[in-house]
Design a protein around this ligand. Structure first.
Ligand code: ATP
Ligand code: MG
Length: 366
């Protein structure tokens, strides 16, 4: 008799715009690699974002959040669109996303920037510089200056208006993000660069002290430190020097966008948001792309690669993750391109067909 196999619950949040198109393709890929690797996946599809606003009047219904909390991992498509742009803040699709991150207590945002050999020409950098780039930015997501108090507007002693914010990190917040970063580096090439401004900012001095102290627990990871101004420069000068980068909320916001432009293809980039325990949230970094929604033009590969991150960082199913990654490369090698990454000499396909080609690649490699 077959041994009882592992089984996972995955919450799917298709959302708005191209979200449903790319999620349906990624769902098929998850199903297929699960059957090959011998585990089961049960999907629960829930409303979120503008779709939820239209259906039930809130961007994150309680049942949706509960499903995400109960499940082993959540895969999100995209949310938002022109239709809801003028809504009040609490009725914006984007507010639902903030509530979801808060509800799941995900404080670590992982964003890889990989220049695939097939897409080197999409990079904003010169070919010699872009070739072979494969890095991961681990950004602290729930602390730092975006949340620190005191904050606000006031008046100074000269009667001038002032605005002020506070960069504040507690030791435990640094410790937990650093642990995720060390573990991420361990699953990659074993190099971690911590980015801070410890020559100027006290919050950064504490950051550096705590990250340095943790290094003895991860002797297999090579730790270095860099000031953020230098890191911003090095990212465009010689991005190949980086494996895993860990940094605070505001520096990570800026550096992860900078890193994504190195690859130049927004339709290819996945992300993961992780907490200490509990399920993670996985989503492509692109938005709902309302300009191409419903036309079968979206590139589903960012979402497929997000599904691979879900398998690797969310479920610990690394082999299944590698199957999806390898299949994405294989479909590109066989010449298939959606519009956003298309160039002369390649086969232009839509979202569905690209998905089918990746599935064929998964099948052919078993
Ligand atoms: P956000 O919702 O984060 O504010 P945005 O509105 O700034 O995002 P996107 O929705 O990501 O931006 O779209 C930016 C551009 O990139 C659009 O022209 C869109 O069509 C294109 N784009 C985004 N994602 C994809 C994709 N998966 N495939 C093809 N094109 C895409
Ligand atoms: Mg948008």
């Amino acid at each position: 008799a077959a041994s009882p196999s592992k089984s996972y619950n995955i919450t799917l949040l298709p959302g708005d715009g191209i979200g449903p198109e790319v999620i349906s393709v990624a769902k098929n890929a998850l199903q297929l690699v699960a059957s090959i690797e011998g585990f089961e996946v049960a999907f629960e599809e829930m409303p979120m974002g503008g779709a939820a606003l239209d259906a039930v009047g809130v961007p994150l219904p309680a049942e949706t959040l509960n499903s995400a909390k109960r499940s082993d991992a959540t895969l999100l498509g995209a949310i938002g669109g022109y239709k809801w742009d003028k809504n009040e803040k609490h009725l914006k699709p984007e507010t639902g996303l903030l509530q979801l991150r808060e509800g799941l207590q995900v404080f670590a945002n992982l964003r890889p920037a990989t220049v695939l050999p097939q897409l080197v020409d999409a990079s904003t950098l010169k070919k010699e510089v872009a070739e072979g780039v494969d890095l991961m930015v681990v950004r602290e997501l729930t602390g730092g200056i975006y949340f620190g108090k005191p904050r606000g507007f006031s008046t100074n002693e000269n009667g001038q208006e002032i605005g002020f914010n506070t960069e504040v990190y507690a030791a435990y917040e640094i410790d937990r993000i650093a642990r995720i970063a060390f573990e991420t580096a361990r699953k990659r090439r074993g190099k971690l660069c911590s980015v801070d401004k410890a020559n100027v900012l006290e919050a950064s001095m504490l950051w550096r002290k705590i990250v340095t102290a943790l290094a003895s627990e991860y002797p297999d990871v090579e730790l270095s430190h860099m000031y953020v101004d230098n890191a911003a420069m090095q990212l465009v000068r010689n991005p190949k020097q980086f494996d895993t980068i860990v940094t605070n909320n505001i520096f990570g916001d800026i550096l992860s966008d900078e890193a994504s432009m190195i690859t130049g293809s927004i339709g290819m980039l996945p992300s993961a948001s992780l907490g200490a325990a509990g399920p993670g949230l996985f989503e492509p970094i692109h938005g709902s792309a309302p300009d191409i929604a419903g036309q079968d033009k979206a590139n589903p590969l960012a979402t497929m690669l997000s599904a691979a991150m879900l398998l690797k960082y969310g479920l610990g199913e690394e082999k299944a993750a590698q199957r999806i990654e390898a299949a994405v490369l294989d479909a590109l090698n066989r010449g298939f391109r959606t519009g956003d990454i298309h160039s002369a000499g390649h086969k232009l396909v839509g979202c569905k067909e690209m998905g089918e080609e990746v599935l064929k690649s998964i099948d052919s490699k078993t």
